[in-house]
Structure formats: C-alpha cells, structure tokens
Design a protein around this ligand. Structure first.
Ligand code: DQA
Length: 142
C-alpha cells in the first residue's frame, strides 16, 4: 500500500505558526512521526507540501499516474476556497481523508466550509497531528 500525505499552505510553518492553535511540533517532526507510524504498518508514504494551489493539483494528478492507494490531505486554508482541489480529487478518484489539526468547527465562520469534504471518505478535525495517523488507519480499512 502506498499513501500520499499532502499538506497545503503554511503547514510547513508548524512549530512556529500560532502554537496555541497548531501546537509546537515542527513540520519535520510530524513527517518523522507519520513515517514511523506508516513503516510499522508496512505502508509506504510519500510527502508533499506546497503553498501553491496549482502545485497541489499537479501532485494529486501525479498520484493517479503513480498508482497511489490513498491520500491524507490537509489543504490548509485552501480547504475553504478551492474548487480546483475538489475537482482534482474527483478526477483521480483516489480515496482521500481530510485532516485538520485544529477544530475548525469551533473557529471562524469562514472555516466552516470545506469544498473537499463531500468527496472524502472521512474528515478528522481537531485531533492535533495525531489526526494524520488516524487517517492512515482509515485508509488501511478501505
Ligand atoms: C487547518 C485549518 C485551516 O482553517 C487553516 O487555514 C490551516 C490549518 C488545520 O490543520 O487546522 O492552515 O487546515
């Protein structure tokens, strides 16, 4: 099994960025945690982060040609704005789990919308960075 862990804008700033909301774990530490978790379960993981919407679309399309089995996706702020990411997920038809570190349901009104949620097999919201690990478990069950 091969999974893509995809992160959108500003998630490379974890550890620096609003630690009261997103915690003090760095992006690099998060990748190590996910990598170890996946390895223990015999899952291969690829990581990609971009601050650019089109680069995320390109990476989702690439996942199709790479025969990726599932996508763990935290689109950051593009969650709340991007029809292009929704369309990319629809185009490739790869099972996707949406992850948000913070509990977006209890934050600003503009964070209540998720364009990708309707095409995701699950959404994990507000479980901190452990949400990425839970997403792997869900994709393993697909
Ligand atoms: C986020 C929530 C989004 O609203 C925000 O724009 C992010 C991170 C989260 O992981 O909690 O960049 O996706």
């Amino acid at each position: 099994m091969k999974l893509l862990v995809l992160n959108g804008p500003n998630l490379n700033m974890l550890g620096v960025r609003e630690p009261g909301i997103y915690g003090s774990e760095t992006y690099e530490a998060l990748l190590e945690k996910i990598g170890d978790y996946a390895c223990d379960r015999g899952v291969a993981v690829e990581f990609f982060q971009s601050n650019h919407e089109g680069a995320l679309v390109d990476r989702i399309q690439q996942a199709y040609f790479d025969r990726v089995d599932g996508i763990v996706f935290n689109p950051g702020a593009y969650t709340h704005t991007s029809i292009a990411l929704l369309d990319a997920l629809k185009a490739v038809g790869i099972p996707c789990v949406e992850v948000h570190i913070s509990d977006v349901s209890k934050r600003e009104e503009f964070r209540q919308v998720s364009y990708i949620r309707p095409v995701c097999v699950a959404s994990i919201i507000g479980h901190g960075t452990n949400g990425y690990l839970e997403a792997i478990d869900i994709l393993l069950e697909q």
